[in-house]
Design a protein around this ligand. Structure first.
Ligand code: HEC
Ligand code: HEC
Ligand code: HEC
Ligand code: HEC
Ligand code: HEC
Length: 488
């Protein structure tokens, strides 16, 4: 052991390149310690410092480790040129000669300390690196331009505090390795500029969400009905507020306790809905089969498709799971209508700006390019709408606020650089209605009265299957008079 150390220390100092390697390892060591210290003690974690850390420290540390043997080899070449017979000596003898074994006592002590430090450090670097690569700021900002839309909308979602990897990778080593491999390919695509704009959805080979979402959500716990009150505003002068109230049958026994089933029935124990979709896009569904415990499977076909039994048997199938409905649990792009309704709910005073819903809707429907968005021309377009109509006498302070909000709404939903605009990404929760168009067919992909069994029985689609409509676009629904505080 002792002899081995003496040998190694000698070797590290046998050639300038090997020495440089030694310095680099030392540099990597010191910066890793100071960076880790900064995170732990000063909580100074920034995406950019992280990227520098990730690029600089490992390359210095591991690059240094690689330079050491190179230096040794160069030293060997030099010695060999002077003394060709060296080549025939046993390897041990050659190394001993290169290391200049005699005067290494002091160096050994230093070297032992370094070795211990290096082992610890390798661990720290690897762990800090992985930890950092798992952070949302890394995923969202390293590929800054590419994933900025996903990151921005994510930050406003219910899952803003859930790190990307919890859904995109989940626990376990094999998915971790897979993700790092596909990550490398993505980094290449970003550097080469060959990535798709917009980033395609659905995500290919996303880990089954039963293994990710179910880390936190427990599907069998769904029970009862959920009251959901949705507010909409008209495009009239008063931006009239209207209420829709739904009793959503999210699952388990319903409120009255008469039946079990409901929306989460598709993912509860004993039920499987298996389906085929065009190009795995999960939009057009020509065939599906319901498999329930202790019941015969039931097959449904889309009316008008002539998919044969053989084709159905061999086609790629998918078992319905969380993301087949919740495809936007966190990257929530909204329609301009939804955004404006939510703006007016959040700032009720804006309802006093005449025709605000209509004017903003018209502005948001226009196309603005990257530079006009940056120059805040969206907001300005709204101000122009009103300056062209002085008779409306809109309050300037309120208008200013509205312009700011409309600008914000546009810039977080429309990304010209990535070819993302209103409706680029469908949301499968719900369905478009004639009054308020949600993006995409949602539940009606299967519940649209178009999927029938051989006997002609369709997947149920009656309005009371999924919700009970307690109020529909009513100004003053008598039903919840007591809930809605009186407005002037
Ligand atoms: C709550 C779970 C969840 C979290 C957290 C999450 N994602 Fe996603 N992500 C999804 C789902 C679900 C999809 C769509 C999957 C599908 O339809 O196949 C998706 C899709 C994407 C897509 C493809 C484009 C799209 O919008 O469909 C990108 C890129 C992406 N996520 C990046 C990120 C980044 C970066 C983060 C962290 C800042 C993140 N995700 C955090 C669940 C999540
Ligand atoms: C790390 C834990 C975690 C993971 C993983 C996770 N969620 Fe959540 N989810 C939460 C928490 C916490 C909330 C409650 C947030 C709140 O109420 O603000 C939530 C809320 C939700 C909601 C209700 C949203 C709303 O508007 O109130 C849905 C739907 C949901 N999650 C679906 C999913 C789906 C689908 C996945 C997998 C793609 C997933 N979640 C993965 C923690 C998680
Ligand atoms: C058939 C479509 C569908 C599937 C499959 C589905 N959900 Fe849902 N989920 C819904 C709908 C619809 C709602 C109600 C939406 C709302 O509140 O606006 C909902 C609501 C939720 C909520 C919020 C519940 C609450 O009390 O507010 C969570 C959490 C959730 N789902 C998680 C999951 C998870 C996890 C899975 C997979 C195991 C899953 N869902 C599968 C359609 C689905
Ligand atoms: C991939 C196809 C598919 C999609 C998408 C789908 N469903 Fe279903 N759903 C089915 C099938 C198949 C059945 C069983 C046939 C039937 O009940 O007529 C079913 C049954 C149901 C039931 C009755 C469960 C019970 O109590 O017996 C409800 C409620 C339901 N779905 C709600 C929804 C909602 C809400 C959505 C959208 C968020 C949705 N489904 C999307 C295929 C689908
Ligand atoms: C397969 C399940 C299903 C069926 C069938 C269904 N709905 Fe819905 N509906 C939903 C879900 C899920 C939502 C979304 C709730 C939410 O906002 O999260 C919704 C939302 C709505 C809304 C509110 C839209 C808004 O934003 O204001 C209305 C209105 C509505 N449905 C009407 C109907 C009518 C009318 C029918 C019958 C023709 C019907 N629905 C059939 C599942 C269904």
């Amino acid at each position: 052991m002792w002899r081995l150390y003496r040998l190694l220390v000698g070797l590290i100092t046998c050639h300038p390149i090997a020495k440089l390697g030694g310095y680099m390892v030392t540099f990597g060591t010191i910066s890793a310690i100071s960076y880790t210290g900064a995170i732990i003690f000063a909580r100074a974690d920034s995406a950019y410092a992280g990227i520098i850390f990730l690029l600089l420290v490992p390359s210095s540390f591991f690059g240094g480790l690689a330079l050491i043997p190179l230096g040794i080899y160069l030293a060997f070449r030099k010695a060999y040129l002077q003394e060709p017979s060296l080549r025939n000596k046993p390897l041990g003898e050659i190394l001993r000669r290169l290391s200049g074994e005699e005067d290494v006592r002091n160096r050994i002590i230093v070297f032992i300390l370094f070795t211990i430090a290096n082992v610890v450090l390798t661990l720290v670097i690897v762990m800090a690196g992985f930890e950092y690569m798992d952070s949302a700021s890394f995923c969202g900002l390293l590929c800054h331009k590419v994933m900025e839309p996903e990151y921005v909308v994510y930050q406003r979602s219910p899952h803003a505090r859930v790190v990307c990897v919890d859904c995109h990778i989940g626990p376990g080593a094999s998915w971790f390795v897979r993700s790092k491999i596909s990550g490398l390919r993505q980094v290449y695509a970003v550097m080469a500029g060959t990535y798709s704009r917009p980033i395609p959805t659905p995500v290919e080979h996303l880990r089954p969400s039963r293994e990710t979402c179910e880390q936190c959500h427990w599907p069998d716990k769904f029970e009862g009905d959920k009251l959901k009150i949705i507010t909409h505003y008209d495009t009239d002068r008063n931006n009239t507020k209207r209420y829709t109230a739904l009793l959503l049958k999210i699952g388990g026994p319903d409120a009255v306790g008469t039946r079990k089933g409901g929306i989460h029935w598709h993912v509860s124990k004993g039920n499987r809905v298996v389906f085929i979709s065009e190009k795995d896009e999960r939009k057009d569904i020509p065939w599906m089969r319901l498999e329930r415990e202790s019941e015969l499977p039931v097959e449904y076909r889309f009316t008008g498709t002539d998919i044969s039994n053989q084709e159905a048997a061999t086609a790629l199938k998918r078992t319905m799971e969380c993301v087949d409905c919740h495809n936007r649990p966190t990257h929530v792009y909204r329609t301009s209508d939804e955004e404006l309704d939510s703006m007016l709910s959040l700032w009720p005073e804006l309802q006093n700006v005449p025709y605000l819903k209509k004017a903003s809707g018209e502005v948001l429907a226009r196309r603005f390019d990257e530079t006009s968005i940056q120059r805040k021309e969206v907001g300005r377009a709204l101000l122009t709408w009103y300056s062209d109509r002085p008779e409306e006498k809109a309050d300037p302070a309120l208008l200013e606020k509205a312009a700011e909000q409309v600008q914000e709404i546009y810039s977080r939903n429309v990304w010209p650089r990535m070819n993302i605009t209103w409706g680029t990404y469908d949301n499968h929760i719900g369905h478009s209605t004639d009054t308020h168009t949600a993006a995409g067919l949602g539940c009606l992909r299967c519940h649209g009265n178009n999927h029938v069994t051989a006997e002609g029985k369709a997947v149920r689609a009656d309005c009371r299957l999924c919700h009970i409509i307690l109020a529909l676009d009513e100004e003053k629904p008598p039903l919840f008079d007591f809930m809605v505080h009186k407005e002037k």
